[in-house]
Design a protein around this ligand. Structure first.
Ligand SMILES: *[C@@H]1O[C@H](CO)[C@@H](O)[C@H](O)[C@H]1NC(C)=O
Ligand SMILES: *[C@@H]1O[C@H](CO)[C@@H](O)[C@H](O)[C@H]1NC(C)=O
Ligand SMILES: *[C@@H]1O[C@H](CO)[C@@H](O)[C@H](O)[C@H]1NC(C)=O
Ligand SMILES: *[C@@H]1O[C@H](CO)[C@@H](O)[C@H](O)[C@H]1NC(C)=O
Ligand SMILES: *[C@@H]1O[C@H](CO)[C@@H](O)[C@H](O)[C@H]1NC(C)=O
Length: 610
């Protein structure tokens, strides 16, 4: 029988990950030729997937668009490799002491709008290739030691509106064209201004008042309107393209359809995974969650790659495996060093399996709780590194993936640890897959008790902010080593259980924060960091989802020294309010159960997360 195989539309994402790696390479080469006396480039490392989390680098859609290193104490020379970043729009290196010449290759930076190399010690001549930059608006090469003449190719800079070449050692004639640029400054050179009407010294041609400039304004507005119209049309076209992204189907005969390989994602056969996991032996079980069982395995072959195979439960769907494949396609787009990479998948009429690399240190939850005798407890600084890594992973899913990915089950058990105890967020999007398998139309609440945001329980609608809630609880798990929910069978007034978040709130208020710290740390922790982390966790678990920070803000706070005071004060105020309301409600409903909460309990389908 011929099977209609669904070809994953992966080309886009594979390109994107390859692109990210070449960006790391280009920037790393740039770093190598610079001398970084003040350590501003400390996190520019070549072992990463994407440079988008480095300091001083800005990205859009995972592509580098801005490098801002003004007045950063850099010396050394400029690498031609920078020119490989063809998406770069702004390169700001002014106010350093960079020497040597401006590489010819910079003419390849076709997206560049701002090039600021002013106030350095650059010498040599201005490369004529810069005249090939169609979008260049601002060019500042002032206060260097550049010599030679202004390249005649500068005639081809249609977007230029601000040029500053002041205080160099330039000579020759200034091209007419460059004296009509909106703002210019050619002071302090040996340039010949000829008999131009305008001053060579510098200034602006926007003097206004004359008929000429009124005409310019009119022409400008027309051009502006046309540009807006064109942009509008382009946006509509782009939007349509995104909506009707073609899905490619190909017809493959049954025998080799399981062998389809699309770059990094592989379609495995059932047999292959059966062999790899020793026929899904119970001894190979790494864990069991609400979505399925995870088996350890080894791929046959010279490298004996260790894998983790996730076998999903309850996957039968009347539509076949198409919805599952679509979901696989979606999660395979996510490539980031703090995100668990999908190696491949396997589908049979009754099975759905996902194949991931094996994580040597299993999960944060297992490292915190199933402590083995020969294994030291995670130390404080490793815990802080894990917190930051997991935050970066989620930030990536929320803010840099297109479409954005909501994890839906953020918890310590889903933050995995590689051989270096680097955090790798796993299991994202799985909740949805299982729902697809069951063909449920509604989004039943999925997640793990103690990690589910209150509004998610009410509305059943997950969002990035429900993930932020889960992340906040995860932070507390990392700090305390406790489960998100603790059971106290003897405490009837609490219905036998107390949420970790509530426990921490009480101890925070009573200034007994030191009591929450995991005993296994033996008192070895940093008190300022403890306070910061706890505050961040409480901000993330704010009852009002709108008040929770975005993951990018969380990353910023983790990297910074403390949580902004006003944010923390806001939180305290909101908490006070919430308690007062809670108390009045309690009094009204004295001794009676809230009907609402009972209904909610029924609605929850909970995973048996560890
Ligand atoms: C980049 O620029 C250099 C010199 O201007 C040129 O030789 C080279 O072919 C360009 N590379 C690409 C990829 O365009
Ligand atoms: C420019 O070069 C000259 C000669 O090489 C040197 O004396 C001078 O200090 C340099 N100026 C700057 C601003 O680097
Ligand atoms: C630029 O300066 C360096 C020293 O900083 C020197 O070795 C080189 O020859 C100079 N290049 C030109 C074209 O003047
Ligand atoms: C300026 O350029 C001229 C030749 O263009 C050269 O003779 C002179 O040494 C340069 N001056 C400095 C300070 O670099
Ligand atoms: C020209 O540039 C130099 C150096 O950047 C600056 O000192 C000067 O004020 C500028 N002149 C004008 C008219 O903008």
């Amino acid at each position: 029988m011929k099977l209609l195989a669904f070809v994953l539309v992966l080309l886009g994402c594979l390109q994107c990950s390859a692109a990210a790696e070449f960006q790391v390479e280009a920037l790393y080469e740039m770093r190598q030729l610079l001398i970084d006396n003040s350590g501003v480039l400390h996190d520019w490392k070549d072992n990463q997937m994407s440079p988008c989390y480095w300091d001083h680098v800005t990205c859009q859609d995972n592509k580098v668009t801005k490098i801002s290193l003004s007045s950063s104490g850099l010396t050394g020379v400029l690498s031609p490799s920078i020119a490989k970043l063809t998406t770069l729009q702004q390169l700001l290196l002014n106010g350093n002491s960079i020497t040597g010449g401006i590489p010819q290759e910079f003419g390849n930076l076709s997206s560049l709008t701002t090039l600021n190399l002013g106030r350095n010690n650059l010498n040599g001549s201005i490369p004529d290739s810069l005249g090939r930059l169609p979008k260049l608006e601002i060019l500042d090469l002032s206060q260097n030691n550049l010599s030679g003449s202004i390249p005649s190719s500068f005639l081809n800079l249609p977007s230029l509106n601000n040029i500053n070449l002041a205080y160099n050692n330039l000579s020759g004639e200034i091209p007419q064209y460059l004296l009509r640029v909106a703002q210019y400054n050619y002071t302090g050179n040996h340039l010949n201004c000829g008999q131009h009407l305008f001053s060579c010294e510098g200034g602006s041609t926007r003097t206004g008042g004359s008929k000429m400039s009124k005409l310019k304004v009119v022409l400008g507005s027309i051009a502006g309107a046309v540009t807006l119209l064109v942009i509008g049309v382009l946006i509509v076209l782009w939007w349509q393209r995104m909506r009707y992204r073609p899905e490619i189907f190909i017809d493959v005969s049954g025998q080799n359809d399981h062998r389809l390989e699309f770059g990094q994602i592989k379609r495995f056969s059932w047999r292959e995974l059966q062999i790899a996991t020793n026929n899904f032996s119970e001894q190979n079980v790494l864990g069991k969650g609400g979505f399925g069982k995870v088996y350890k395995g080894v791929l046959p072959g010279p490298d004996s790659i260790k894998i983790a195979v996730k076998r999903l439960f309850n996957v039968e769907s009347p539509e076949g495996d198409l919805p599952f494949l679509r979901e696989v396609e979606l999660i395979s787009i996510a490539v980031h060093k703090n995100i668990l990479r999908l190696i491949g998948f396997c589908t049979t009429p009754t099975e759905r399996l996902l194949v991931y690399p094996f994580m040597e240190n299993l999960s944060v939850a297992s490292r915190l709780r199933d402590i083995k005798l020969n294994e030291p407890a995670l130390d404080w600084s490793t815990r802080m590194r894990i917190a930051l890594g997991a935050a970066r992973g989620l930030e990536y899913l929320h803010e840099h993936c297109n479409p954005k990915i909501i994890h839906r089950d953020v918890k310590a058990a889903n933050v995995l640890l590689d051989g270096n105890c680097e955090a790798v967020v796993g299991d994202f999007g799985l909740a949805k897959m299982v729902d697809i398998g069951r063909n449920t139309v509604t989004t039943g609440v999925r997640g793990t008790i103690g990690h589910i945001a209150p509004e998610y329980i009410k509305t059943g609608r997950p969002s990035v902010k429900t993930d932020v809630f889960g992340y906040g609880v995860t932070l507390l798990e990392i700090v305390t080593g406790e489960r998100a929910i603790a059971f106290y069978p003897d405490r009837i007034e609490e219905a036998g259980e107390i949420m970790l978040v509530d426990q921490v709130k009480i101890l925070m208020e009573e200034r007994r924060l030191h009591e929450i710290v995991d005993h296994n740390l033996g008192g070895a922790y940093n008190r300022e960091e403890l306070e910061k982390i706890t505050q961040i966790a409480l901000l993330c678990t704010h009852m009002d989802p709108d008040q929770r920070p975005a993951m990018s803000e969380v990353v910023q706070m983790l990297e910074g020294e403390f949580v902004p005071v006003e944010r923390w004060e806001e939180w305290q105020l909101a908490e006070l309010n919430r308690r007062q309301q809670h108390e009045t409600r309690q009094q009204r409903k004295l001794f009676s159960f809230s009907e609402e909460s009972l209904n909610i309990q029924e609605a929850i389908e909970l995973s048996t997360g560890r």
